[in-house]
Design a binder for this molecule. Structure first.
Ligand code: S3P
Length: 171
């Protein structure tokens, strides 16, 4: 990687359950950088899980705070920042991350993702009330948003530790 990326924070994007938090934490440890999980920051602020925030305050309130906290956190250097899977729907967020950080897309194939569905459905409000066909449609739409990145890692056959190694290799 060229010098222009030195110390810039890393932002991890990708669909729910792609492993952004786990691999991000490991990469931060390997780099001796800080780690920030945007969903956890939002949950801390509201004092409740994401699912409850959606229920009590609505998705829009979640998205507004998500955009603001990302703007704040991406202004820091030397951080690995894991974004929620919907954060790149916001154009300002996309542009801010692409301009100020190294954006790494943790990609996963639909076949690999489907196997994780049961594990995710209870905690991800966006999955609730949608059948698998509808989720596949959302998956395809989100892929277009994730095409805005600097680096790409296909995670299907990699352990979290291997994904973290690949992240570190980009720096
Ligand atoms: C969302 C993804 C979640 C969380 C919220 C909404 C989405 O984050 O931000 O439930 O719209 O894709 P993860 O990608 O960490 O699951």
């Amino acid at each position: 990687m060229g010098k222009e990326f030195k110390k810039k924070s890393i932002v991890l994007i990708g669909f729910m359950g792609a492993g952004k938090t786990t691999a991000g934490e490991l990469a931060a440890q390997k780099l001796n950088w800080g780690f920030i999980d945007i969903d956890q920051e939002i949950e801390k602020k509201f004092g409740m899980p994401t699912k409850e925030i959606f229920k009590k305050y609505g998705e829009e309130a979640f998205r507004t705070y998500e955009k603001n906290i990302i703007e704040l956190k991406t202004s820091e250097e030397g951080q690995v920042i894991s974004l929620g899977g919907g954060a790149f729907m916001n154009e300002v967020t996309r542009n801010t991350c692409l301009a100020n950080t190294v954006v790494i897309y943790l990609d996963i194939s639909w076949d690999a993702w489907k196997k994780r569905f049961e594990q995710l459905v209870d905690t991800r409000p966006v999955l609730q009330g949608r059948d698998l066909n509808e989720i596949e449609e959302l998956f395809s739409k989100r892929r277009i948003l994730y095409s805005h990145h600097h680096f790409h890692i296909l995670t299907d056959n990699l352990s979290p530790d291997e994904v973290a190694d690949e992240i570190v290799n980009f720096i």
